[in-house]
Write a protein that binds this ligand. Structure first.
Ligand code: DAH
Length: 337
C-alpha cells in the first residue's frame, strides 16, 4: 500500500505542474480525488488492513490528499492569474466578437392574443379556459343547437365519438363557467378550436377568444359600448365599426361586427370583396334558452356574448394574406412582428 501511495504521489507530481487550463485542473482533481479517483479507491481498501498498519497508512493517505489539493489550488490560482496578466499586457484582442446570443421573439398570434386579453382585463374581465376535447353537450346542445339543427352544418366538426368532439368554437366555455358560478360574471376565454376546413383564410386549428357578461339589467347598449372600446383600442381610434344583424342559436338578438376595410379604407377592394367592410366577430344577447340549461333565471339575469377569431384580426391588423404563414415557422415572417 505504501508503494501505491508513493506511485500516486509521483504521478500527481508530474501531472499537476503541466496543467494549462482550469478544465485540466478539474480533470486531475477528479482523477485522484473524485468518487472513483485513484486515491479515493485506495482509501476504501484501508479497512482490510490490520489495525496498526491501517493507522499509519491512513495518516499518509490523508497527507497525500491534502498535498494534492494544495497543489491543485495553487496551480489553479496561477492559471487564473495568467489570464489577468495577459489582459494587462494587451494579450487579448478586445475587438474580437463576443459570443452571439440569438434573441427570439413572441409569435404574432401570441402577441395579438395577449393584446386582446390585456384590453379586456383593463375593462374588468377575468380569463377562463375550457377543454379542447369537448362533449357534444357543451359545444352544441346547451348552446341551443340540438342534434338535428341546421346550424351544426355551419361548423365542420371533427368527431371523436358520437358525443365527444374537438370543440369548434370557444362558446362552450360559457356553459362550463355558468354551470359552476353564479352571476355577476365578466369572462373572456381564449383558446384553440378545430374545424375540418383549410384554405388561405381557414386552418383546421385556429384560435378564438370568447367573451361574455351576465348581470342584472345588461343591455345591447353594454355590448355595443364594450366592443366599440375594444375595436378602438385594438385597431385604432379612427376605425369605423358597425353592428350588422345576424343569427346565432345561442344569442337573440345577434349581430356581427364589421370594421371599415383596413386595406381600402372603405372604397371597396379584393379583401373586403368590394363592400368596404370586414367582419371581425359574432355577438348578441345570451338567449334565455341557454340560461335555462345552466339554471339561471332569465327574469333576473341578462347578458351578452361575443366570439372572434385571433388569426382573422391578426391578419387584418398586420395585412397578412395567408393564414398558413402563422404556422410555418418561417423566421423571415416571424421576425417582422
Ligand atoms: N361561436 C361563434 C363562432 O364560432 C362566434 C360567436 C358568435 C360567439 C356569437 C358568441 C356569440 O359568443 O354571441 O362562429
Amino acid at each position: 500500500m505504501k508503494s501505491r501511495l508513493q506511485e500516486i504521489k509521483n504521478k500527481a507530481e508530474s501531472e499537476i505542474p503541466s496543467a494549462k487550463t482550469e478544465d485540466e485542473i478539474s480533470d486531475i482533481r477528479i482523477k485522484y480525488l473524485g468518487r472513483k479517483g485513484t486515491l479515493t479507491l485506495l482509501l476504501k481498501d484501508l479497512s482490510s488492513l490490520p489495525p496498526d498498519e491501517r493507522k499509519e497508512i491512513g495518516k499518509s493517505s490523508n497527507e497525500l490528499k491534502n498535498w494534492i489539493e494544495d497543489n491543485l489550488n495553487q496551480k489553479q490560482k496561477e492559471i487564473k492569474g495568467k489570464g489577468v496578466e495577459g489582459l494587462k499586457k494587451g494579450f487579448f484582442d478586445i475587438t474580437l466578437h463576443g459570443k452571439q446570443t440569438v434573441i427570439g421573439n413572441i409569435h404574432p398570434l401570441t402577441k395579438v392574443l395577449n393584446e386582446v386579453i390585456d384590453i379586456f382585463i383593463g375593462m374588468g374581465f377575468t380569463v377562463a379556459e375550457g377543454p379542447e376535447i369537448e362533449l357534444d353537450y357543451y359545444n352544441f346542445e346547451a348552446l341551443n343547437i340540438p342534434k338535428d339543427h341546421p346550424a351544426r352544418d355551419m361548423q365542420d366538426t371533427f368527431y371523436i365519438t358520437d358525443d365527444v368532439i374537438l370543440r369548434t368554437h370557444t362558446s362552450p366555455v360559457q356553459i362550463r363557467i355558468m354551470e359552476k358560478c353564479s352571476p355577476p360574471l365578466k369572462i373572456i376565454a381564449p383558446g384553440k378550436v378545430y374545424r375540418c376546413d383549410a384554405d388561405v383564410t381557414h386552418s383546421p386549428m385556429f384560435h378564438q377568444i370568447e367573451g361574455f357578461m351576465v348581470d342584472r339589467d345588461i343591455t345591447f347598449g353594454d355590448l355595443k359600448g364594450i366592443l366599440e372600446l375594444f375595436v378602438h383600442q385594438f385597431f385604432g381610434k379612427d376605425i369605423d365599426l358597425r353592428f350588422r344583424p345576424s343569427f346565432f342559436p345561442f344569442t337573440e338578438p345577434s349581430a356581427e361586427v364589421d370594421i371599415r376595410c383596413v386595406i381600402c379604407k372603405g372604397s371597396g377592394c379584393r379583401v373586403c370583396k368590394g363592400t368596404g367592410w370586414l367582419e371581425i366577430l359574432g355577438s348578441g344577447m345570451i338567449d334565455p334558452a341557454v340560461f335555462s340549461y345552466v339554471k339561471y333565471n332569465p327574469e333576473e339575469w341578462t347578458g351578452f356574448a361575443f366570439g372572434m377569431g385571433i388569426e382573422r384580426i391578426a391578419m387584418l391588423k398586420y395585412g397578412v394574406d395567408d393564414i398558413r404563414l402563422f404556422y410555418e415557422n418561417d423566421l423571415r415572417f416571424l421576425k417582422q412582428f
